[in-house]
Design a protein around this ligand. Structure first.
Ligand SMILES: C[S@@+](CC[C@H](N)C(=O)[O-])C[C@H]1O[C@@H](n2cnc3c(N)ncnc32)[C@H](O)[C@@H]1O
Length: 335
């Protein structure tokens, strides 16, 4: 294909390529040309950088789509329902589809894997359920092996999204909480899963100890593996079982993480018993926006009934959960 091009001596080519990129002038759909002396950069807008301009023929570059939706040929009314975002945990992609799209799930799975290089398995997500908060996942493309390795904040986690809870969408929240931890704190991660809060705190801050509990045996095995993998065995003590049966083995703490939306509220009695004066509880819950103020009041009342006083409650929307529900984080400091 013909294009206008800037002719540059080979020695100056890299410098000029950078300038053209900065100006948004370089054509990325054509392959840069060269001969023994010069490099020919195809450009989309005429720029005067002090070099000769010529018109010449270039080889076209194949543009690979980066959005799986570009690979699908669907009726217009279904195309608009295709989700723009999905979760990728190591080699596993997780997507939610509306009822209308479910019968096309296999070809959607194939398209997702095609544009996302590391993805070997695509799962259809029908929601989180049960005490262990596992996802109901159906494999719609690729191998049934969902045990994978995931990197977050420079740490590595073994995770199996089919048999335990894990959400990469909480990465920013985990950092926000970890960054509040002061030197020498004792922290209790009540519902630790495979340890993303626990291990980030243990690795990037200087707590005296992080206690981490989970009732899901498979998650607990990977929690132990992740503690080893990230070399934090000296500062993390993992516990397997129901926190109600375990908390008496743990000394009073300065900070408690309660990431068990829908139920964390029911464990506030344990948190109030274990938290030192001036300590902080990070509690997560899911609700509609207009329920937020009532929930803050309910937390405050419950803590008073349990014989402790609230100093302050900060809340923030962590992420969207569904069209009507939001995932909220509450930082509750006790006097
Ligand atoms: C929403 S997940 C959070 C996991 C982890 N904190 C994270 O951010 O990935 C909640 C976890 O609590 C665990 N769990 C539920 N009830 C529990 C209980 N009574 N005692 C201890 N762990 C419990 C589940 O097995 C699950 O792994």
């Amino acid at each position: 294909m013909e294009s206008i091009a800037v002719v540059v001596p080979k020695k100056k080519a890299e410098q000029l390529r950078k300038k053209l990129m900065e100006k948004g002038a370089l054509r990325t759909d054509l392959q840069v040309g060269s001969d023994s002396k010069n490099v020919y950069f195809p450009i989309k807008i005429n720029v005067d950088l002090g070099y000769e301009l010529v018109t010449r023929s270039f080889r076209e570059l194949k543009q690979l789509p980066t959005d799986y939706r570009d690979l699908l040929d669907m009726p217009d009314e279904l195309e608009t329902l295709l989700p723009s975002s999905l979760d990728i945990i190591g080699h596993v992609a997780i997507v939610r589809l509306s009822d209308e799209l479910r019968k096309h799930r296999k070809k959607i799975g194939r398209a997702i894997a095609k544009v996302n290089k590391p993805v070997k398995t695509v799962c259809l997500d029908s929601g989180v359920r049960g005490e262990e908060r596992t996802r109901d996942l159906e494999i719609i493309y690729g191998s049934s092996d969902t045990l994978t390795s995931y990197r977050e904040h420079g740490l590595v986690f073994s995770v199996d999204p089919r048999t335990m809870f894990f959400s990469p969408r909480l990465a920013t929240e985990r950092k926000l909480v970890a960054d509040q931890v002061r030197n020498g704190e004792r922290v209790f991660d009540m519902f630790a899963g495979v340890g993303p809060f626990t291990i980030l705190i243990a690795k990037t801050h200087s707590p005296e100890m992080v206690y981490a509990c989970d009732i899901n045996e498979v998650a607990f095995q990977l929690l132990k593996e992740n503690i080893e993998l990230n070399k934090v065995t000296e500062v993390v003590k993992p516990f397997l079982g129901d926190v109600r049966e375990i908390y008496s083995e743990i000394p009073p703490v300065h900070r408690i993480i309660m990431n068990l939306p829908h139920s964390a509220f029911d464990f506030l009695d344990i948190a109030c018993e274990m938290l030192l004066d001036g300590g902080i509880i990070h509690l997560y819950d899911i609700m509609a926006e207009d329920e937020l103020e009532d929930r803050i009041d309910a937390i405050s009342c419950k803590i008073s009934e349990l014989g402790r006083s609230v100093e302050n409650i900060d809340s923030r929307m962590v992420k969207s959960y569904s069209p009507t529900l939001r995932y909220y984080g509450f930082d509750i400091s006790l006097k």
